[in-house]
Ligand binder design. Structure first.
Ligand code: ZN
Ligand code: FE
Length: 257
């Protein structure tokens, strides 16, 4: 039986450890120390490292883990992560025989130009790094709004029961923005209560699901009339298509507090 363990790191990162009680694969080990501790505590042997993008809070622990374990390092086709041993592209399959697990690679540019995500069709898991967050999405450091919009639509097209393992605990702050965008969305209000209850017990709000994100994440709701009306109330010159609304929402979120 496969499990996914959230390993907290830094201020608000989650490093994801996929394991079967004997072997483990880690997604985005920004720090080696908490992963080494978790492997030790649970007597797991690391068999693979999977990376979504080159930011240091996602790759900072790779060199140290590689020194200790001779394991493949999967990641996007780019030269910025020297430790990658197997570069992967859209629809490539990462096969982890020790875990009897296959993950399909999705290209999701926007936060960075070469950002990828990993999807398990059998476990219904999505490891999406800094692309889709609980009730939000990553900042556009390298990509265009149109690239990010397409990437988010690609993720939104996965089955509603897909569990969304993103890399940061940003959900409550994102929901504040979601509420400002859609005051009339009861699912947003309900989610705020649920996620606050989890955070007050120090539990992660992640994973969420594609279905929940589609109901509460404004960045996946750019074609909803209420979202469009709200954005256009701020500036009537905004176009009414999903991409124009997404672009306006992303800019608004950058200055929202
Ligand atoms: Zn990042
Ligand atoms: Fe990050």
């Amino acid at each position: 039986m496969l499990k996914v363990l959230a390993v907290p790191a830094f201020e608000d990162n989650y490093l994801w450890l996929i394991h079967n009680g004997e072997f483990a694969a880690v997604v985005d080990p920004g720090d080696a120390a908490p992963i080494l501790t978790a492997l030790d505590d649970m007597r797991l042997r690391l068999v693979a490292i999977l990376l979504t993008h080159h930011h240091s809070d996602h790759v900072g622990g790779v060199a140290e883990l590689k020194r200790r374990f001779k394991v493949p390092v999967y990641g996007p086709q780019e030269s910025r992560i020297a430790e990658i041993t197997i570069a992967v592209d859209q629809n490539d399959i990462v096969h982890l025989p020790e875990l009897c697990l296959e993950l399909i690679v999705l290209k999701v540019p926007g936060h960075t130009l070469t950002h990828i995500a990993y999807h398990s069709q059998t476990e219904h898991w999505l490891f999406c790094g800094d692309t889709l967050f609980g009730a939000g999405c990553g900042r556009l450091f390298e990509g265009t709004p149109s690239q990010m919009y397409e990437s988010l639509q690609k993720l939104a097209s996965l089955a509603d029961n897909t569990e969304v393992y993103c890399a940061h605990e940003y959900t409550l702050a994102n929901l504040k923005f979601a509420e400002a965008v859609e005051q009339g969305n009861a699912a947003v209000r309900e989610r705020i209560a649920n996620e606050q209850a989890k955070r007050s017990r120090n539990l992660p709000t992640v994973p969420s699901s594609i279905g929940l994100e589609k109901a509460t994440n404004p960045f996946l709701r750019c074609n909803e009339p209420e979202v469009q009306a709200r954005v256009r109330s701020l500036n009537p010159s905004y176009g009414n298509d999903g991409l124009a609304i997404f672009t306006a929402l992303r800019e608004w979120k950058n200055v929202f507090c």
